[in-house]
Structure formats: structure tokens, C-alpha cells
Design a protein around this ligand. Structure first.
Ligand code: PRP
Length: 218
């Protein structure tokens, strides 16, 4: 085991990072430095455990992990599917649960049923394309948006959207509804393929400890 080497974690900024650190605390992994909200630091270190953490934009997390700039990453399944990087997905952390869905006005249901050539707006063009082309065998036009995707059908940019639904309130407040479910989502742990071999012992223990805590909580 190489204990001189730091294990580096890339965490997706925001809610997932907070939840991840709470979970890590339960297995004795802490990073006090990271709790200082006024800090502008980008990399946080736990010298004792030889761990480094950094926060990155969600979609960049699989990139850092694929290239080995981080050994381990925590990010949503949506991002893993969309980025399609060569990484190992090793654990479902169980939080950040939501669904990837095809949504739109009730009236769009018919267009889906009849496999019409419709316009689909999404922040996740790859997931949308895979769903319509490979799973439904329906030819559609995909329009990439970067956020507030629900606007698509409201301003007649698209017939439907493929987007994340958590509580459903964004849809409800805008007169839209879930038309089809693409897949369930949650936070996942990913590991660099070389690190998995080289740091088998440390990473293996980390995965086992996390699994034990998750099982206790279930
Ligand atoms: C996400 C998603 C939906 C909303 C779903 O957007 O894209 O818009 O949350 O949550 P709900 O079902 O609980 O209403 P986010 O807030 O991340 O911002 P974005 O629209 O800019 O992507």
C-alpha cells in the first residue's frame, strides 16, 4: 500500500458535495478546512489521512477522474451518462435521488405515442438521443439548452423536454407533466481505472466502509 501518495477526490459543487462530506464523516473522513465558508481555496487537504479534496463543476468531475487528476469522484448519474467518460462507477450513494424524464404538456403525449418527429430540448442531449434513438427507435430533433429547460415547450421552442424531475414542482408550476420516465438518478462514486488497480487497498476499504454505513442507514 502506498500511503505517501495522496488520494484525491473531485466533488461536484453544491448540494451533492455537502451530502458527500456528511457521509464521509460517518466513516471517519473529515476535512475541517472545507467547512470554512469564507475560504476561496480550491483544494483542501487532510494531512493526517493523506487525502485531498477539490470542488469542481459537476460535468467536469468525470473528466478529472478519467485523466487521473482525481482518483475518485462523486457526481450525479445524469452527469455520468451524459459525459460517458472511461471511469469505473463503483457505488450508488443513495442521496440526490431524482428521475430523468420526458416532460411536456399533456397534449404532447399523442406525439410520443405516434412516434412523430418532434423537437426535444434538453441539457442532456446525449441521454435524450440515446433514449429516443436507441430505446424508442423514434427520430427526433434534439435542441441543447443550458438550463431552465422547462421554457422549451412554454415558448414553443420544443414539443417536449428531457430533464431532471425531483419534487415535480417546477413542472406543476409551469403546466407541464411527466410523460415518460427515462431512468432513475442518484449520486454515484466513480474511480479512475488505473487508481483502482494501484490503490486497490485504500479505495477498496473506502468502498467497503461506505457500503457498511449505507446498509446501516437503509
Ligand atoms: C433542475 C431540473 C429542473 C428542476 C427539477 O434544475 O433541471 O428544472 O431542477 O426539480 P423539481 O422537480 O424539484 O422542481 P436546476 O434547479 O438544477 O436548474 P436549471 O434549470 O438551471 O438546470
Amino acid at each position: 500500500m502506498n500511503t505517501d501518495r495522496y488520494l484525491t477526490f473531485a466533488l461536484g459543487k453544491g448540494r451533492l458535495a455537502k451530502k458527500t462530506l456528511e457521509l464521509f464523516e460517518k466513516i471517519g473522513i473529515t476535512c475541517e478546512e472545507m467547512k470554512d465558508k469564507d475560504s476561496r481555496k480550491l483544494i483542501f487537504v487532510n494531512e493526517e489521512l493523506k487525502l485531498r479534496f477539490f470542488l469542481a463543476k459537476g460535468p467536469d468531475v468525470p473528466t478529472y477522474v478519467e485523466y487521473g487528476a482525481a482518483d475518485i469522484g462523486v457526481v450525479g448519474k445524469d452527469t455520468i451518462l451524459e459525459e460517458a467518460r472511461r471511469v469505473y462507477e463503483v457505488l450508488d450513494l443513495g442521496f440526490g435521488k431524482c428521475r430523468m424524464c420526458v416532460c411536456g404538456p399533456e397534449s404532447a403525449k399523442e406525439l410520443l405515442e405516434h412516434h412523430e418527429r418532434i423537437r426535444v430540448a434538453s441539457k442532456y442531449p446525449k441521454i435524450a438521443k440515446d433514449y429516443f434513438y436507441n430505446q424508442k427507435h423514434q427520430t427526433v430533433d434534439i435542441i441543447k439548452l443550458n438550463g431552465s429547460v422547462e421554457l422549451g415547450p412554454l415558448v414553443e421552442l420544443s414539443d417536449v423536454i428531457v430533464d431532471i424531475v425531483e419534487t415535480g414542482s417546477t413542472l406543476r408550476e409551469n403546466g407541464l407533466t411527466v410523460l415518460e420516465e427515462v431512468c432513475p438518478l442518484s449520486a454515484r462514486m466513480i474511480v479512475n481505472q488505473v487508481s483502482m488497480q494501484m490503490e486497490q487497498e485504500r479505495i477498496g476499504k473506502l468502498i467497503k466502509d461506505l457500503k457498511d454505513v449505507l446498509k446501516e442507514e437503509a
